[in-house]
Design a protein around this ligand. Sequence first.
Ligand SMILES: C[S@@+](CC[C@H](N)C(=O)[O-])C[C@H]1O[C@@H](n2cnc3c(N)ncnc32)[C@H](O)[C@@H]1O
Length: 257
Amino acid sequence: MNTSKQAAEQPSFLPDHNARYLDAKYWDERFQKEEEYEWFKGYKDFANLVTPHLQPSSKILVLGCGNSSLTADLFSDGFQRITSVDLSPAVIERMQKRAAEKGMGCIEWRVADMLDLPFPDGTFDAVIEKGTMDVLFVDNDSPWSPRPEVCTRVHRMLTETHRVLSSDGVFISVTFAQPHFRRPFLQAPQYSWGVDVATFGEGFHYFVYAMRKGTRAETDAAEREAVAAEGAKRVALKESPMHEHMEQDDYLLRMSL
Ligand SMILES: C[S@@+](CC[C@H](N)C(=O)[O-])C[C@H]1O[C@@H](n2cnc3c(N)ncnc32)[C@H](O)[C@@H]1O
């Protein structure tokens, strides 16, 4: 998704079929022609939700960097120990050259598949992706019941991300995917992280999921408490005379009972 200004200025790189977003060749051909493209939103729109999870000394891995300015923006914001990877050699070459020209030569750029990362266990303090995990869902028939191939692919990516994170490292995912679709993956029992969700954007909402390894028990307990509190609120509401009145004309309220 880009701005109308970008759309007007750029030739269309839309694939003929969504499944092509899974094809490394599609991305490589696209990046040979396309200079710059920012999926959904730029760093300034969500930096306030991401930077509290980082330290200037954090070793950061950016997954599927594309030709977005996310890596350079993080660097300019004081997070300078960055490795950025993408499946496309064309974009890695382009981004490496651009960073060197901007005096950001210490950023490491590597061609790598996020489903099979070429890094030892525990290498990074933070892994960040924007719109990259979403690509793994493009050939899904329905978000309500993901196909087995989609589930396998997504868990390969999450397992690799979890593996390369340090014992208290954080995975940050910026996406348009809503919590009821994304949580079942992120909260699978094999991951030791808890899932924290924040939103940004006007009209259309985007999400920043932050998952810190080792915090699962803590966030699960907080979630159980929130669910219990919500349940108590609903019981209280059901028993109030006000609710009887509202129940007659508010079907949404009834749905939440
Ligand atoms: C939707 S674009 C997002 C680009 C960038 N993160 C942004 O926010 O503008 C998806 C990016 O992920 C890359 N990609 C797709 N599959 C990948 C994989 N398996 N491993 C690494 N990168 C991948 C593509 O080459 C592309 O650059």
